[in-house]
Design a protein around this ligand. Structure first.
Ligand SMILES: *[C@@H]1O[C@H](CO)[C@@H](O)[C@H](O)[C@H]1NC(C)=O
Ligand SMILES: *[C@@H]1O[C@H](CO)[C@@H](O)[C@H](O)[C@H]1NC(C)=O
Ligand SMILES: *[C@@H]1O[C@H](CO)[C@@H](O)[C@H](O)[C@H]1NC(C)=O
Length: 372
């Protein structure tokens, strides 16, 4: 009976493995000795050799040891439920490009509840996921459902979950409370996403990275839209969101090390009231605001930035007509722009051109940025 299990497992592992390198997907050699595991990268095959092992050693190699389970492009899988792996428990399960996968039964996850650390069902047809069993997965760290048809994530609770990858699904809002004390990374890129419930991030004290490239935050990023509450926000990706306007206070909770990426939007102005508060925080560390490939008009309204080298060092960007912000000549801004008094509310100034009709920045020889 033990041998039957072993053979079943082997036939699952053989030929179903994506190209990876090194030891993975073999377990630690000591754990399965005297069986040996080898991985042929060229054919994507894992083989286990148990010629020197007795029956109980074989049983132990496959039942007491954590193997990684992979399938790649297996279109025969439509449903996964408990019992499929017998009593074998995996730590990492990657089921990728199973284009006909529509259902994951809670029993599939519960059968591995004590070992499952990473689970990834990418590029399938899942509209839902058994979220309510997540609290029972006692060591789960990462769930990936990239490239499915998920529309919503309900209330979610886990004391171990760190990252959730939900790219390229159909999520428009996240309204439910998630209780995830060590949650650090959320990827929502490629969803028509624009709404969090208020205070969504408030309890994620270890949150570090938010990815929402090609989400739906434009045209106006309203005040209070993204409020983080963490000491370590590393990355905030909002590329390609058709954002034209950012209101003051739209983003809060950045730190001196935050990289805020706003590339490939439709921002025309680097407004002082929006960007000075951010840059004042970022300039005490290595933080960066990136504004590449926006139709930015490098006119007097950005004199406040061009005339402050300290802040300028923390911005990457280019004018619509080509030059990078760093290539702009501060002398021209000083000559051609003047600060209007009194300053705007919040102490921010308004800079206007002192020569009517004159555009005071140099256009140096860079091709215009190619935008659609
Ligand atoms: C299998 O081999 C191990 C290690 O040599 C030994 O301890 C165990 O008794 C053996 N089991 C059987 C059923 O022969
Ligand atoms: C699976 O584990 C259960 C409980 O430990 C045991 O009763 C059962 O016989 C095992 N099944 C197999 C196929 O080894
Ligand atoms: C640049 O801005 C910083 C932060 O607001 C300020 O402390 C500093 O005095 C400014 N430098 C210049 C040259 O205006």
């Amino acid at each position: 009976m033990d041998e039957t299990i072993v053979l079943c497992l082997l036939s699952l592992l053989l030929s179903l493995v994506p190209p990876t390198s090194g030891q993975i997907p073999c377990p630690d050699p000591e754990d399965i000795s005297p069986c040996t595991c080898s991985y042929d990268e060229e054919n994507g095959q894992v083989s286990a050799d148990c010629s020197l092992a007795n029956v109980s050693e074989i049983y132990s190699a496959f039942n007491d040891v954590v193997w990684e389970f992979n399938t790649w492009g297996n279109v025969a899988i439509t449903e996964l439920s408990g019992g499929i792996f017998g009593n074998v428990s995996f730590q990492h399960v990657f089921i990728m490009y199973s284009e006909n996968l529509v259902t994951i039964d809670p029993s599939f996850l519960l059968a591995m509840k004590d070992t499952l650390v990473t689970v990834s069902f990418t590029s399938g047809r899942l509209e839902d996921f058994p979220w309510d069993v997540v609290p029972q997965l006692v060591v789960i760290e990462q769930i990936s459902l990239d490239g499915n048809a998920v529309t919503t994530v309900p209330e979610l609770q886990s004391s171990t979950l760190q990252s959730l990858w939900l790219r390229d699904n159909r999520i428009t809002t996240l309204q439910e409370k998630w209780i995830l004390p060590i949650f650090s990374s959320l990827a929502l890129g490629g969803n028509p996403f624009s709404e969090f419930s208020s205070g969504f991030f408030a309890d994620f004290g270890q949150f570090g990275s938010f990815y929402c490239q090609e989400c739906n935050f434009g045209p106006t990023l309203n005040s209070g839209k993204l409020e983080f509450n963490t000491r370590q926000l590393w990355e905030l990706h909002l590329e390609g969101n058709h954002i034209t306007t950012i209101e003051a206070g739209a983003i809060s909770g950045y730190t001196a090390e935050t990289k805020l990426n706003l590339d490939e939007n439709s921002i025309t102005e680097v407004k002082e009231e929006v960007f000075r508060p951010i840059l004042e925080v970022l300039s005490s560390g290595d933080g960066i605001v990136s504004l590449l490939d926006n139709p930015i008009q490098c006119v007097c309204s950005m004199a406040w930035l061009v005339l402050n080298q300290t802040l300028l060092e923390h911005v990457v960007g280019n004018c619509e007509n080509g030059p990078s912000f760093q290539e702009l000549d501060p002398f021209h801004f000083e000559e051609s722009c003047m600060k209007m008094n009194p300053p705007m509310p919040g102490g921010h100034s308004t800079w206007v051109s002192s020569h009517l009709g004159v555009i005071p920045f140099p256009r140096r020889g860079r091709p215009a940025v190619d935008r659609e």
